[in-house]
Design a protein. Structure first.
Length: 198
C-alpha cells in the first residue's frame, strides 16, 4: 500500500472512508486534550500501557539493574514507536499517525510517574521500588523531577499535534489520489469506447 492509496472495506467509497478517518481523528483529539490536561486520571488505555510497562521490566531485567528499572518506561515508548515505523515503511501514514498519537499519550502517562519521584504517592503494582525515584536518584537528578516531568509532558503535546496533522494530511492526500485514480479510469474507459466506435 502506498501513501497515496486509500484502501477501504468493500462497499465503502473514498469520501465515506475519509469521513470515518476524520471522525476517528476527532475522537483522538478530544481524548488527547482530556488526557494532556489531566494525565493523572486513570483511563482505559492506561491499563494497556501499564501491562506493556510491566512487561518492559521483564524484557530489560537481564541487562542490569538500571535498565531493568528504565525498561518499563522504554517499552511504553518502544512498542507504539515500532508500529509507527512499521506503518511508515508500508506507506500507510494514517496508521503511523494513530500510533504516534499513542506515543504522545504514553509521554503524558510517564510524566505523571516522573513527577511522583519524590512524593511517591502513586500506588505501585506489586509494591517494590518506585522506578523514577530510583532512576533520578541514580543519576543525581532528583531535584529536577518536576522539570523533567514537564519536559516529557511537553514532548507528548508536540507529538500529539504532529500526529493529528499527519493523520489529516494523510487522509486528504489519499482521497485526492483515489479521486484522481477514479477520474483517470473513467477517462480511459471513455477513450476506449470512442476508439471502438471509430
Amino acid at each position: 500500500m502506498t501513501a497515496g492509496s486509500l484502501a477501504r472495506p468493500s462497499g465503502m467509497s473514498p469520501p465515506m472512508l475519509r469521513f470515518a478517518r476524520l471522525a476517528f481523528l476527532g475522537f483522538l483529539a478530544v481524548y488527547g486534550v482530556v488526557s494532556l490536561r489531566t494525565p493523572e486520571a486513570g483511563r482505559l488505555l492506561d491499563s494497556v500501557d501499564l501491562a506493556i510497562h510491566e512487561t518492559g521490566h521483564l524484557v530489560f531485567a537481564p541487562f542490569g539493574e538500571f535498565l531493568g528499572f528504565l525498561g518499563g518506561t522504554l517499552f511504553q515508548l518502544l512498542i507504539p514507536a515500532a508500529f509507527v515505523v512499521y506503518f511508515l515503511r508500508q506507506g500507510e501514514r494514517y496508521g503511523a499517525a494513530v500510533c504516534l498519537w499513542w506515543v504522545a499519550q504514553n509521554c503524558w502517562n510517564i510524566s505523571v510517574y516522573v513527577a511522583d519521584a519524590r512524593a511517591q504517592e502513586l500506588p505501585l503494582v506489586g509494591g517494590g521500588e518506585h522506578d523514577w525515584a530510583y532512576l533520578l536518584d541514580a543519576l543525581g537528578w532528583m531535584a529536577h523531577d518536576a522539570a523533567i516531568a514537564r519536559a516529557v509532558h511537553g514532548l507528548g503535546v508536540i507529538l500529539f499535534a504532529i500526529a493529528l496533522g499527519l493523520g489529516f494530511h494523510a487522509t486528504e492526500r489519499a482521497l485526492r489520489a483515489a479521486t484522481g485514480a477514479v477520474a483517470a479510469g473513467r477517462g480511459g474507459a471513455t477513450l476506449r469506447t470512442t476508439r471502438q466506435v471509430e
